[in-house]
Design a protein around this ligand. Structure first.
Ligand code: BEZ
Length: 255
């Protein structure tokens, strides 16, 4: 599964992975939205951060590629505007004062196309505030899954759907699209998963579907049992799984 799909289970996402938007609140503070500003929230998912942006009095549009996520966003926030669209090809007639994105852009490996598209959506001098998984993000989980699949005879590494750039790599991409990067930070954010004992398996089923789908259905549970057994000594702490998230947070201005 990639963020390109419309197949996300939005109720599972909200019920079991709420930390995604809870951590995003400080990114809203970094953007510092102003009343009357026009802001685009790229990869808005179920719209919780779009709503927080709108609380500032800004005019906000949420954009996502998943029809299922957008249906949930519209049900929860009927007064807000949500549009189905592709971050690689954003097309709005009126440019935005700011573009915001939390935990979405690491689903799109075509980073240069995304950066061009974000720049095209902004006014000159407009600001971009984004957070995505940075280099090394979930490395322990990803390696554990690939190794467990290899032990069962499957090479699932090529199906890895994620893009986790370094600061240098991402700044170069943004500069290539005409941005001036003002701040960039790469930091560890160990993240406690919901659901206690079941947390890692639920996370893998929700987010690593593209890799799990490479394994025949009959063998998937064996691989999931194997990866949880292998990672337990490293990532299981006092009844909860703690994922090795690393964030890349960037603030840039369209030159
Ligand atoms: C992340 O937010 O870093 C992330 C979430 C799901 C899959 C991979 C990375």
């Amino acid at each position: 599964m990639t963020r390109d799909d419309s197949a996300w289970d939005s109720s599972l996402y909200d019920a079991h992975h709420s930390f995604v938007h809870e951590y995003g609140a400080s990114l809203v503070d970094l953007l510092a939205p102003e009343p009357g500003e026009r802001i685009l929230d790229v990869g808005c998912g179920t719209g919780h951060l779009t709503a927080q942006l709108a609380d500032s009095g800004a005019e906000v549009v949420g954009l996502d590629q998943s029809a299922e996520m957008l249906a949930e966003a519209r049900a929860q926030y009927p007064d807000l505007t949500f549009i189905e669209g592709d971050a690689r090809d954003i097309a709005f007639e009126r440019p935005f004062d700011a573009v915001f994105s939390n935990a979405a852009l690491h689903w799109i490996p075509e980073a240069a196309a995304v950066a061009d598209s974000l720049a095209a959506a902004l006014k000159s001098g407009g600001r971009l505030v984004v957070e995505l998984g940075g280099t090394g993000n979930i490395e322990t989980i990803e390696t554990g899954l690939i190794d467990a699949a290899a032990d069962a005879g499957y090479d699932i590494a090529p199906a890895n759907p994620w893009y986790f750039p370094s600061i240098g790599e991402y700044a170069t991409v943004l500069e290539g699209a005409g941005f001036e990067v003002r701040d960039a930070t790469l930091f560890d954010r160990p993240t406690t998963l919901d659901d206690g004992e079941a947390g890692l398996e639920n996370w893998l089923r929700m987010f690593a579907g593209a890799m799990l789908d490479e394994i025949p259905a009959d063998d998937q549970q064996t691989v999931l049992n194997d990866v949880t057994a292998q990672l337990r000594p490293v990532l299981f702490e006092e009844g909860d799984w703690v994922a090795d998230y690393r964030r890349l947070r960037v603030r840039a201005i369209k030159s």
